[in-house]
Design a protein around this ligand. Structure first.
Ligand code: G3P
Length: 225
């Protein structure tokens, strides 16, 4: 399972890239607005352009950028404009899983623009998205847990019904390292993680304790390198 980072924060993207573990970025209007609040100079599109520049060194990297409108023709216009930010098709347009979004998905994919259907919560929605030509469907695991459901069970069912399609499953709304492992076991193709979850995945108390012991034992010898 590949890993993307779910942020529009340049520092977080740069740090994650340096670890060599991510091949893509996902954003949405909430994430961008959070980061734009600190950056008066940026517009939505210029922010996405800067993320594309940051990700350019990673071969085949993808940046998911979401439309703001919920009206179909406007979504199509925004999708075309966002896709044009990359001359090498590295922008994937995120569309909401609504009938208006499905219509926009069919039209954009017909023009060769890749689409992620977002805010997907059921296998029925995923089936519609796949038939409309979506390259990815993004089930929101954490938000299903939030309302007392099982995000991972829904994800597993979506993975199952996507098998006959080329559509990939991008696990989103990931809140913990456990979610990431469960998503991988359920067969998700990609999980997109907040930076905090990525760093949590790297740490383990026994790793820290083991490192302390190595350091203490070596320093105790008084030896030189
Ligand atoms: O990728 C989707 C994500 O940004 C939503 O996460 O934690 O707001 O449910 P969350």
């Amino acid at each position: 399972m590949k890993l993307f980072i779910d942020t529009a924060n340049f520092n977080e993207i740069t740090s994650a890239l340096e670890l060599g573990v991510i091949t893509g970025v996902t954003t949405n209007p909430s994430i961008i607005s959070r980061d734009l609040a600190d950056r008066d100079a940026d517009s939505y599109y210029s922010h996405i352009s800067r993320i594309l520049t940051l990700m350019a060194p990673v071969p085949d990297s993808l940046v998911n950028a979401e439309v703001i409108s919920s009206e179909s023709d406007e979504m199509i216009k925004e999708g075309i404009a966002l896709a044009a930010l990359s001359s090498s098709s590295r922008v994937v347009i995120k569309l909401p899983m609504t009938t208006a979004g499905l219509r926009a998905c069919s039209i954009l994919t017909g023009r060769g623009i890749s689409v992620t259907m977002t805010l997907v919560f059921s296998a029925a929605q995923a089936l519609l998205a796949a038939n409309a030509g979506a390259r990815y469907v993004a089930p929101f695991i954490g938000r299903m847990d939030d309302i007392g459901g099982s995000g991972i069970e829904a994800l597993a069912e979506i993975v199952e019904v996507m098998k006959p399609f080329d559509t990939k499953v991008l696990a989103a709304s990931v809140r913990s390292p456990l979610h990431v492992v469960q998503a991988a076991k359920a067969g998700a193709d990609i999980a997109t993680l907040p930076y905090k979850v990525l760093t949590q995945m790297a740490s383990h108390p026994l790793t820290a304790a083991g490192l302390n012991r190595f350091s203490r034992d070596w320093n105790g010898t008084g030896g030189t390198k």
